[in-house]
Write a protein that binds this ligand. Sequence first.
Ligand SMILES: [Zn+2]
Ligand SMILES: [Zn+2]
Length: 413
Amino acid sequence: MFKRIPGTKDILPAEVTIWQEIEKISRGIFSLYNYQEIRPPLVEDAKLFNRSLGQTAEIVQKQMFLIQNKEELYALRPEATASVVRSYIENSLDKTNSFLKVYYIGPMFRLERPQKGRYRQFHHVGCEVLGSSDACLDVEVISLAAKLLDNFSVSGYKININSLGCAKDKEKLQKNLREALKNSADKLCVDCQNRLKTNVLRILDCKHESCKKIVDSLKLEHQHLCPECLDHFNSVLNGLDLLGIEYKINYSLVRGLDYYTRTVFEITHPELGSQDAIGAGGRYNNLVQELGGPDTGAIGFAFGLERVLLVSKLSQEKKNENDLVFLITLGDLAKIRGMGILADLRKYGIPADTDYENKSLKGCMRKANDLNARLVLILGENELKNNVITVKNMLSGEQKEVNLSQLTKEIKC
Ligand SMILES: [Zn+2]
Ligand SMILES: [Zn+2]
């Protein structure tokens, strides 16, 4: 017997309703903000992610789902930002439509250790906006993230926000950190001792208590920001205040990826324990140019849907709203005739089904009940003879005979 590979999951029919609901809500909200959907491929040249996420990023070093194909090394996408930027440049969207707002919903792949709410194939709903560095856009994007969560029935989430500044500011921040951590290097965890040389910013989000303590003692603020970047950050905060969106400035929030500049944010939920992020995003003003496009501002975010579902109060009840009409036929002649009736009902947009397991009348009634059918239609020899059909309302129990030629008109809800 075959088993699914570790860290993957079957979304079974009983569960899929909630996924469809989340997707429907997302599409509705994104279109409210004038975002269009984009569907890049799930597999890309592995170098795209090395270049965009950074050689030292944990995703690139440990979590890439690689496929060796002759001379080429492909990767299943670990996130979609790099793919969207690649697509924007490759399809010359920067020339036809220099300002672009897009969203995506779909699977991502990372070879992580499987744990609660974390899968090797997981799902993101996210968006990217390319072509602007306007602080008001940051406000829109963060408010859109909050709006999605509100509509996913997630409450009690926290928005953490910070600014890394421009490329120069980031360099300054890295230099300051190396300097400040120089004397406490031996108290850092082994990973962070390496990060001190390779990717010092990652020390700021290390989960080790000893590292956290050292980071706290640094009393970080925005010393690294140039006046323009400080201005930009303050405008973002003013916009969020105006919209009444609560946030917390978190000076040690850096996100692990190389491409971030200026605004970064992370949304956490207290019910999720130590791995409490349900979504994150930020600006990546240098990435488009880095990947061969024009020098242009960009920002985006993504939610992990598995994480969102852990804290969403969206009811699973929806699946009980059913318009289904269930047809029961008695005898071979009625069965054939029934196929025509089903076709007619479906032609008029009425969801309809019948029994294909040769169940008894009682068994069929039980099945209709299990399916939560709105109506049951019974077609037997007598009915056939008189050109009628019995219609039973499953809610009221009421039963009547209807002329076959009037059926669709009679039962259309
Ligand atoms: Zn700056
Ligand atoms: Zn550490």
